[in-house]
Design a protein around this ligand. Structure first.
Ligand SMILES: NC(=O)c1ccc[n+]([C@@H]2O[C@H](COP(=O)([O-])OP(=O)(O)OC[C@H]3O[C@@H](n4cnc5c(N)ncnc54)[C@H](O)[C@@H]3O)[C@@H](O)[C@H]2O)c1
Length: 292
């Protein structure tokens, strides 16, 4: 059992935002109904949501859940408070592409809880598939805006808060705060030929890059910063991948399956806990052997 007593700030909640946006633009009633049914049938928790529950199970009693999908954040916060007595979970509306929105969300968390000990930057998008010569330029910018600039801007604000706060405890293994940036195995290798993507791996390589630089710069001040590189995980992000492609990718995983979202949340709990107190600047791979 890992014991976590600090304040958590998590971006990226339920993960149905992209599907909902698609529903809103459909004018044909039948298609809209089918899309909503599809969303309901395939509704999986995302990494952020599962992490919120996992951290709470390990003792976190003050947490902020921030997402562009505010209603999802509200539902999760309410459910966590009802399941875990004495827990305060605040839902926050956050668009990670907007620096003011990030500043407001972080300020609200600090106003309410006084500090941020575990920051998990999980908001992200897959972006469209495609190869470079035919890739839409707007889609390129949108993917990098969320996955790279958004994660960096959140991390930037979180570091500002952590620099001002005292370490939690006197142990040499304690720190001033921990940040986990969600990268991907595609932050370490190029796209699969089965599912060509270009903006996504670019954004994730860059997340690994700035994470390592920040880890080096802020380790002396006691801020621990790492990236997590999951392989394929069963979440709303991977739901839309056609079955034939999923099967081809799963055949490349020695374990033979995608990760359960809880397996990624457990890795995040480890990365924010004192059990990983000597880990700085890692790009920790959790991939069922995919990269071997
Ligand atoms: N699912 C996978 O296979 C996998 C593998 C490796 C890495 N990852 C990474 O893990 C992270 C979480 O992915 P997931 O699988 O839980 O996906 P998800 O789609 O379930 O969750 C992503 C969340 O980000 C939110 N979001 C999107 N744009 C936003 C914005 N502008 N501002 C604030 N929130 C925004 C969405 O509303 C959603 O709740 C992402 O960074 C993803 O790239 C996922």
């Amino acid at each position: 059992m890992i014991e976590l007593h600090g304040v958590a700030f998590i971006t990226g909640g339920l993960g149905v935002h992209q599907v909902r946006a698609q529903c809103n633009t459909q004018s044909h009633l039948l298609i809209t109904v089918i899309l909503f049914q599809w969303q309901w049938l395939t509704s999986q928790p995302g990494i952020g949501k599962t992490t919120a529950y996992t951290l709470t199970k390990h003792g976190v009693r003050r947490l902020a859940i921030a997402d562009i999908n505010f209603s999802a954040a509200q539902e999760i916060a309410k459910d966590i408070e009802s399941q875990f007595e004495g827990t305060q979970a605040i839902p926050l509306s956050l668009d990670v592409t907007n620096p003011n929105s990030i500043h407001e969300a972080i300020t609200e968390t600090v106003t309410r809880f006084g500090r941020i000990d575990y920051a998990i930057n999980s908001a992200g998008v897959s972006g469209p598939s495609g190869v470079s010569h035919a890739f839409d330029i707007d889609a390129w910018h949108k993917t990098l805006d969320v996955n790279l600039h958004g994660v960096w801007m959140c991390s930037r604000e979180e570091i500002q808060v952590m620099l001002k706060q005292e370490k939690m405890g006197d142990s040499p293994r304690s720190n001033r705060g921990v940040i986990v940036n969600l990268a991907s195995v595609y932050g370490l290798v190029g796209s699969s030929r089965n599912l060509p993507v270009v903006a996504y791996p670019t954004s994730k390589h860059a997340v690994v890059g700035f994470t390592k630089s920040d880890a080096v710069m802020y380790a002396p001040q006691g801020i621990r910063i790492n990236a997590l590189c999951p392989g394929y995980v069963t979440t709303p992000m991977t739901d839309p991948i056609p079955l034939a492609i999923t099967q081809k990718e799963e055949a490349k995983i020695p374990l033979g399956r995608m990760a359960f979202v809880e397996e990624i949340a457990d890795a995040i709990a480890f990365l924010v806990s004192p059990m990983s107190s000597y880990m700085y600047e890692s790009a920790m791979v959790v991939d069922g052997g995919f990269l071997a």
